[in-house]
Design a binder for this molecule. Structure first.
Ligand SMILES: [Zn+2]
Length: 287
């Protein structure tokens, strides 16, 4: 746990999965990335799915950021990505913080890719049928333009969007759409940053204030290896945009001491960064 006033921040590993190493590192050759990753016989690298839990006890606000792959996978699809999802991980983390799932007030949905939202819903009864929300009383924050993109994706990123992960949010009217290019803060202790290189209008919460900050890097910097500007995923729709967004995140970390919380690193939850924006160095880790 790390404190960035007014929040206590916990980092929960909800599961692991594996994606093709080449796709994860774009133009970087395997001779370089294989030293930085756990590669299996199918050329897939190990990734974590992490959920951030942020608690402001004074304001009675309990926030989750992203929820992992979830449980709605067929055996065949789960084995394609070696998906392991621990459906009790968030509940345990909440219990450790003396809270329950019913206490969750807000869920921040960075973007609608399956490895970030599968844990918002479960099959209500049988696979392929209706789904139910795991946090039905929480407000779910999501940028409207990402929602629009998920409903009109390109052939290149269509496979990343699974309607069963998010359509129930609209049906239950629990979405609080974030609007515009400079969205106002949702509430005390959080500001929004936006990115567009990985996918349009990805939402990045920046927690904290004058006493310290922590930024959820989302899929702009999914792991420590991706701190390097040119180590951009082949999944990204606009890789040059991702490069400049990484540099902006690193600049903030280096100049202002902002912790960078990485959603997919198997070993590191959040890192303090030194060096330069072109050669960022992990100086300390927490979470
Ligand atoms: Zn993504």
């Amino acid at each position: 746990m790390v404190v960035v006033e007014p929040f206590e921040i916990y980092n929960v590993v909800t599961g692991t999965f594996r994606l093709d190493g080449g796709a994860m590192f774009g133009v970087v050759p395997k001779v370089l990335w294989e030293k930085a990753a756990d590669v299996d016989a199918e050329n897939r690298i190990l990734l974590a799915t992490r959920t951030l839990l942020a608690v402001n006890r004074r304001a009675r606000r309990v926030v989750l950021v992203d929820t992992g792959c979830g449980t709605k996978w067929s055996q065949a699809a789960a084995s394609r990505f070696a998906i392991r999802h621990d459906r009790e991980a968030v509940s345990r983390a909440l219990a450790d913080a003396h809270l329950t799932p019913a206490d969750v007030t807000d869920v921040f949905v960075t973007h609608l890719h399956f490895d970030h939202n599968g844990g918002l819903t479960e099959w209500d009864d049988e696979p392929g049928g209706p789904t139910r929300l795991l946090y039905p009383k929480a407000r779910h924050w999501l940028h409207r333009r990402q929602w629009d993109h998920a409903h009109d994706p390109t052939p290149r990123d269509r496979a990343s969007y699974l309607p069963e992960d998010y359509e129930a949010l609209a049906a239950a009217a629990v979405i609080n759409f974030v609007e515009g290019d400079e969205p106002p803060p949702p509430f005390e202790g959080v500001r929004w940053m936006l990115s567009h290189g990985h996918t349009p209008y990805q939402l990045h919460p920046l927690f904290g204030g004058a006493a310290g900050t922590l930024l959820w890097t989302g899929d702009v910097i999914p792991t420590v290896s991706h701190l390097r500007p040119a180590w951009v995923m082949a999944y990204d729709l606009y890789p040059l945009t991702t490069m400049s967004e990484k540099q902006e995140f690193s600049r903030r970390a280096i100049d202002e001491g902002t912790w960078l919380a990485l959603p997919h690193d198997p070993a590191v939850g959040a890192a303090a960064i030194g060096g330069s924006v072109d050669r960022p160095i992990v100086e300390r880790t927490v979470l």
